[in-house]
Design a binder for this molecule. Structure first.
Ligand SMILES: Cc1cc2nc3c(=O)[nH]c(=O)nc-3n(C[C@H](O)[C@H](O)[C@H](O)COP(=O)(O)OP(=O)(O)OC[C@H]3O[C@@H](n4cnc5c(N)ncnc54)[C@H](O)[C@@H]3O)c2cc1C
Length: 495
């Protein structure tokens, strides 16, 4: 196929994916003649959830050249240092997945190996004490990390919790100020070019026909363009990720916002708690094979701290990915390209990396089959790596009721089997191509869920290590002490 030139781009859908794409394109194409338009339907609306992020979001804010304080004010955002997992390793147990590392290597040995060997020889302090990010979160404190910390003990990152509807509104205004044309209404027909099979135009309910060269499918789960029109199938991963439903509800804040997301294990899934400045987002993600909507409703309402401000809303989903996120002249971004359940807040990040891949492989603003194939290969790898990381949370759980037993005993992808086996044997974590979660994330999950390496050599000098470890923990405790409370930090930004 010869390359096809792109002079017009049409985004169909105005949820988080649609407006993130439109805003990015607006900025990227500012000095070109390429036109960008977005169609959205108020009547259909958006999914309205998706409020926790991962640190990659900074790249998006930088790409758009937005000031962080402006973004935080506009979206009522709070800071997120990681996720607290309660009850996953067993009733009453907690661990933290921080956006940062643990300790520093001692004599060229990975920190966690030294710590675990010391622990086996009687050392008392837990892994959490060696993560500044975790210590800040546990103390309800926040400080902006230094770009060039004096010690790698001080290295960590952070993300945000924000109001999804305010985020879309903010991006809409950004995009419209940069010449993105918004078209209100419902698309009800899509025309294909008979010879190439490319999308030619979409027809709106009003009769308006909108032509374009490249179409971005941001229509959410229905995937109107990539699936319903072009027939690109979906790879269903629900045999590994059993949760298929969520009840979402908002409450008033009952306390100062935590600088982290809470994920608490429940009977047939888990509950999220996402604190914003003005309210809290809550939800119960569960498997409909193991509980009913009525039981889930009762369980969710029985575990909320603040007064309800919305009615619980039931959302169904199928975890998995679109076989190709880019097909002919259509790119699927957002829920139309797949969904891996919200356990590690990865959807918005996958939107971002989807946009980045589209931009990187649209060389000279031309659609080229070879490049499209490479973009699809990378996208698949990225999804599979995230999938494995999320399955790990379930596979190593320490709970006893039927859902949790089932997910502990289920067969898992070979790629994840290998990762678990390698860590169990030697404490090594092999970083794969397109891996979103780096070694420290895997370390936090393995130890947090009770898996430790079996074959580590004992410390050569067991007298020396505790003093070095204590020094590190002491420095972290001191660093944490200097940070202000999360609530006070937000006030310094004018919130
Ligand atoms: C329970 C749950 C919790 C989640 N939590 C998180 C989280 O914490 N963090 C995270 O990163 N992600 C999370 N996600 C995912 C996140 O919500 C989505 O990735 C994000 O909102 C993007 O959605 P979207 O824009 O693809 O789809 P939608 O929000 O569904 O938007 C679809 C858009 O397409 C338009 N549309 C559809 N059909 C037509 C048509 N025929 N004509 C015109 N317009 C049309 C709609 O009007 C709408 O504007 C969560 C998802 C679920 C289900």
């Amino acid at each position: 196929m010869a390359s096809r030139s792109v002079k017009k781009i049409l985004v169909v859908g105005g949820g988080t994916a649609g407006w993130m794409t439109a805003a990015y394109l607006a900025r990227w194409l500012e000095n070109t003649n390429i036109q960008v338009a977005l169609i959205e339907s108020e009547q259909i609306g958006t999914i309205g959830v998706g409020e926790a992020t991962v640190p990659g979001i900074h790249q998006f804010i930088r790409d758009l050249d937005i000031k962080e304080s402006e973004f935080i004010r506009a979206t009522n955002a709070t800071f997120k240092l990681g996720i607290e997992f309660s009850g996953w390793a067993g009733e009453g147990q907690h661990f933290f997945h921080p956006f940062g590392g643990y300790g520093v290597p001692i004599e060229d040995r990975s920190f966690h190996k030294t710590w675990w060997s010391a622990k086996n020889q009687g050392y008392a302090l837990g892994l959490d004490k060696f993560s500044l990010c975790t210590q800040l979160a546990r103390a309800g404190r926040f400080a902006q990390p230094s770009f060039e910390p004096e010690s790698s003990l001080a290295w960590y990152s952070y993300a945000y919790h924000f109001d999804a509807s305010l985020f879309a509104k903010f991006l809409r205004s950004y995009a419209e100020q940069r010449n993105v044309t918004r078209i209100e209404g419902k698309v009800n027909h899509i025309q294909l070019d008979a010879s190439s099979g490319f999308i030619q135009s979409v027809t709106m309910e009003s009769g308006l026909v909108v032509e374009s060269d490249l179409f971005i499918d941001c229509t959410g789960m229905p995937a109107l363009l990539i699936h319903k029109t072009l027939g690109v199938g979906y790879e269903d991963w629900s045999k590994w990720l059993l949760c298929d439903s969520a009840l979402a509800v908002q409450t008033k804040s009952a306390a100062e916002p935590d600088p982290f997301t809470r994920s608490s294990a429940r009977t047939a899934g888990w509950q999220w708690h996402i604190p914003l400045q003005h309210r809290v987002g809550n939800g119960y993600v569960y498997s409909s094979q193991f509980t009913s909507p009525e039981q889930a409703h009762r369980e969710l309402l029985g575990n909320l701290a603040g007064e309800l401000t919305t009615d619980p809303r039931l959302i169904h989903f199928t975890t998995g990915m679109r076989r190709d996120f880019w097909y002919k002249n259509c790119v699927a971004i957002g829920l139309s390209s797949g969904f891996l359940e919200p356990l590690e807040s990865t959807s918005i990040s996958l939107i971002q990396t989807g946009i980045a891949k589209m931009a990187a492989f649209l060389v000279n603003f031309e659609i080229n089959e070879t490049r499209v194939a490479e973009a699809n290969r990378l996208n698949r790898l990225e999804y599979e790596r995230v999938r494995d990381f999320i399955i790990l949370h379930y596979k190593l759980n320490g709970r006893s009721n039927p859902f949790w037993q089932h997910v502990r005993e289920m067969a898992i992808p070979a790629s994840l089997e290998e990762k678990i086996a390698s860590f169990r044997a030697s404490g090594d974590i092999k970083e794969e191509e397109q891996e979103s979660f780096k070694a420290d994330s895997w370390i936090s999950m393995f130890y947090g869920l009770g898996l430790a390496p079996q074959g580590l050599a004992p410390l050569a000098d067991p007298e020396k290590a505790p003093a070095i470890l204590n020094n590190m923990a002491g420095a972290i405790a001191k660093g944490c002490h200097y940070a202000s409370s999360h609530a006070d930090f937000l006030k310094t930004l004018g919130n």
